[in-house]
Design a protein. Structure first.
Length: 246
């Protein structure tokens, strides 16, 4: 939540209309619920999750109160295979289906997936990191990813949420991740020509076909920068991100 709030205050400026909630559950449990009823209203499903934690923060809202819904989850396949006892194929089928269901922010919602998890934005040397396109992480070691990221990174989370340089750090991280998404989808580490070039389903297919299945690893990628690229109109992305590129 702190990361989203930082990005919003620095670059998005969504204002007082947004509602940000952390559900503290994994992607695959969401899939189990959707399997029971694909037509379930997303807000109702999210309310039910919060109720299990005695959290009633969304109770006053109805579906009519929201124009857009965005969901952010980790591709935590370690949790799927180790704790939920899914095979890698079963886990990937779940992700594929969820990306199909949650592909419209005006209906069920739009899903953004981090590989392997949200902390991927920190897995970088001094930015711009010319090696960022090549960074991968072994699935067998995912339980250690957060510690490995802290040891590898030239940055700390505070440099993205509280430090003076946080705005410039986010700009650089956003560009790195957008470039890398383009690299995964069309093989070019550069700005996409259009937003359609780096849709979530295509990123997922590239991850599975080029990294997960053949090498038992993921190509490190954070979803929050991709959301910024998707959310901002072209001229705003140019003004707030690209025009500051160094």
């Amino acid at each position: 939540m702190a990361l989203f709030e930082a990005i919003d205050s620095l670059l998005l400026h969504i204002g007082n209309e947004k509602i940000v909630t952390t559900f503290q559950t994994n992607f695959y449990k969401l899939y189990d619920e959707i399997q029971k009823d694909e037509d379930v209203l997303t807000l109702n499903l999210l309310k039910e999750w919060l109720w299990t934690k005695d959290d009633h923060s969304l109770d006053e809202y109805s579906t009519d109160d929201f124009t857009e819904i965005y969901l952010f989850f980790d591709y935590d396949i370690h949790a799927a295979t180790s704790f939920l006892h899914l095979t890698t194929d079963e886990a990937n089928i779940a992700v594929k289906k969820m990306l199909h269901i949650f592909d419209d922010e005006y209906e069920h919602g739009r899903l953004f997936v981090s590989y392997p998890m949200i902390e991927s934005y920190l897995y970088t040397k001094k930015m711009p990191d010319s090696d960022f396109a090549t960074y991968t992480y072994r699935i067998a070691d995912l339980a250690n990813f957060k510690d490995a990221t802290n040891a590898f990174s030239d940055y700390t989370q505070n440099q993205f949420t509280t430090a003076h340089a946080k705005q410039e750090n986010w700009r650089k991280a956003i560009l790195q991740n957008v470039y890398k998404a383009n690299y995964l989808c069309i093989g070019q580490y550069s700005m996409p020509v259009t937003k359609a070039d780096i849709i979530q389903a295509d990123i997922f297919d590239s991850e599975v076909n080029h990294y997960v299945v053949p090498n038992a690893e993921v190509s490190i990628l954070c979803a929050l920068p991709l959301f910024v690229y998707y959310y901002l109109r072209h001229e705003l992305f140019e003004e707030r991100i690209l025009s500051h590129k160094k």
